[in-house]
Design a protein around this ligand. Structure first.
Ligand code: SF4
Ligand code: MG
Length: 251
């Protein structure tokens, strides 16, 4: 069994202190170690953005690709080398703006890939513009009067597009996040994991504290039937997406 340490690299992350992406990196390393994968059996493909630097910080094969294109690359890798464990990752701008078409089609195509979105409701790398996940009223340099657009609902989108495994985590909850990623990798088929991963530099609204005050856990709802897509949709709509845990898994 490959220990978690096998996935560590001595590379200093180019992330701001406190960025939620540190936890996502740690959670992926823990999940891979727990699953007993060897570094040479894993490929992580990213798009462009702060979070897309992640493959450079984990000791596996990695591909830092182009904006919004992690999923076409990851699907190509999986088709060519189906024996590999393939992860794709990126930010909310990457996956829900320029890459949104790929996200929807990858969900319905259902190749055995785990897609992790580090969702901070803002464009961080380019220094703070409104993203497709920004809340209405969110003020940035490109939305000085506040965003007037309805944010993409990541979980409703995934449920509608037919994804077979849908989960949501929070960077502050490392144990839960690592377990969700492990479950996503174990799931055969396309797994989607959205992670609230705060940008401490350019999003002063959706902070760790903001999420801590609002997030509920699927685990606290003992009657949730994760195999029922309709029930999952109702849960997501009732909580306005502010819920963590395994939301849906095809039975
Ligand atoms: Fe993280 Fe935001 Fe800093 Fe980018 S700008 S590294 S998303 S805290
Ligand atoms: Mg972002």
């Amino acid at each position: 069994m490959s220990p978690v340490a096998d996935f560590q690299l001595n590379v200093k992350q180019n992330w701001c202190p406190g960025c939620g992406d540190f936890s996502v990196q740690a959670a992926i390393q823990r999940a891979l170690g727990n699953l007993g994968r060897a570094p040479h059996e894993v490929v992580i493909v990213s798009g462009i953005g702060c979070s897309s630097r992640l493959p450079g910080y984990i000791n596996t094969y990695g591909f830092h690709s182009t904006h919004g294109r992690s999923l076409p690359l990851a699907q190509g890798v999986k088709l060519a080398r189906p024996e590999l464990t393939v992860l794709a990752c990126g930010g909310d701008g990457d996956g829900f703006a320029i890459g949104l078409g790929h996200t929807i089609h990858a969900m319905r195509r259902d190749l055995d890939i785990t897609y992790i979105v580090m969702d901070n409701h803002v464009y961080g790398l380019t220094k703070g513009q409104v993203s497709p996940r920004s809340d209405r009223g969110f003020v940035t340099k490109t939305s000085p009067a506040g965003s007037t657009e309805t944010p993409v609902s990541a979980l409703e989108l995934a449920l509608s597009a037919g994804a077979g495994f849908i989960a949501q985590g929070f960077s502050k909850e490392l144990n839960e996040l690592a377990a969700l990623i492990e479950a996503g990798i174990r799931h055969t088929g396309f797994s989607f994991i959205n992670v609230f991963s705060p940008c401490v530099t350019f999003n002063k609204v959706n902070t760790y504290e903001w999420y801590s005050q609002r997030l509920r856990k699927v685990g606290d709802l003992p009657n949730h039937d994760r195999h029922d897509r309709m029930t999952a949709m109702q849960l997501v709509m009732e909580t306005e997406g502010l819920i963590t845990g395994l939301i849906f898994e095809r039975g």
